[in-house]
Design a protein around this ligand. Structure first.
Ligand code: TMP
Length: 219
């Protein structure tokens, strides 16, 4: 990619965060299409996953390992093993090539789910995240916010996955998701320039317009 003067356009890294049912994947698709229609290369990835190793570990993270229990510490490190691989194998090379990387969840999910949801604390999860990401932080993060009750209803209407299973996170109770929500709020309060909170209870198109208004300055 290059601009009109022939200089290479800088790559960008944008993440989408929030509890289940906020419409992250829909908004990522809409933004990717818009960027592509403007001639940019948009690459969509997800966490945990996005690499061969990461997709394998994702299944363990979501559904456990043959019914064996998983400690919060193991969960934290497996999430970040996936992340370390994705950052080095996909995200950094793509940014270096001038692509726009759109990632469905990233490090803020670890703060919210493991730090707050699992009550490990931000201070304990931070060094693990730092090791996984190094200097690769998102240029912008869109936090699609829906109240816990709305998220619950959307999850219920979506049902379980193709194999009929609910994942380990979907099985958590309402108190867990209230803590996760508090975690996302804390992340947004700590870095309001990077993290933009959008009310995702509205129509898809209205949310998409707002998403664009929060990222357009990056291009
Ligand atoms: P999803 O792709 O359907 O959103 O599932 C991923 C699940 O993993 C979701 O419930 C959130 C959870 N998760 C964490 O607990 N910590 C993390 O760092 C990430 C990336 C996801």
């Amino acid at each position: 990619m290059s601009d009109r003067m022939g200089a290479p356009s800088p790559g960008r890294f944008i993440t989408f965060e929030g509890t289940e049912g906020g419409g992250k994947s829909t908004q990522i698709q809409i933004l990717a299409e818009r960027l592509k229609s403007e001639g940019r290369v948009a690459r969509c990835v997800r966490e945990p996953g996005g690499t061969a190793l990461g997709e394998e570990v994702r299944s363990i993270l979501k559904h456990g390992f043959h019914g064996h229990p998983m400690t919060a510490e193991s969960e934290l490190m497996l999430m970040n093993a996936c992340r370390a691989q994705l950052v080095r194998e996909v995200i950094r090379p793509a940014i270096a090539a001038g692509e726009i990387v759109l990632c469905d969840r990233f490090a803020d999910s670890t703060v919210a789910y493991q730090g707050f949801g699992r009550e490990m604390g931000w201070e304990r999860v931070r060094p693990v995240i730092d090791l996984a990401v190094g200097a690769t932080w998102p240029h912008r993060t869109i936090l699609l916010s829906v109240p816990v009750e709305v998220s619950e209803a959307r999850r219920a209407s979506r049902g379980s996955d193709a194999s009929g299973r609910r994942d380990r996170f979907e099985e958590e109770d309402r108190a867990f998701f209230h803590r996760v929500e508090a975690g996302f709020r804390a992340v947004a309060d700590a870095d309001p320039h990077r993290v933009r909170v959008i009310n995702a209870t509205r129509e898809v198109e209205a949310v998409a317009v707002e998403v664009w208004s929060h990222v357009r300055d990056l291009f």
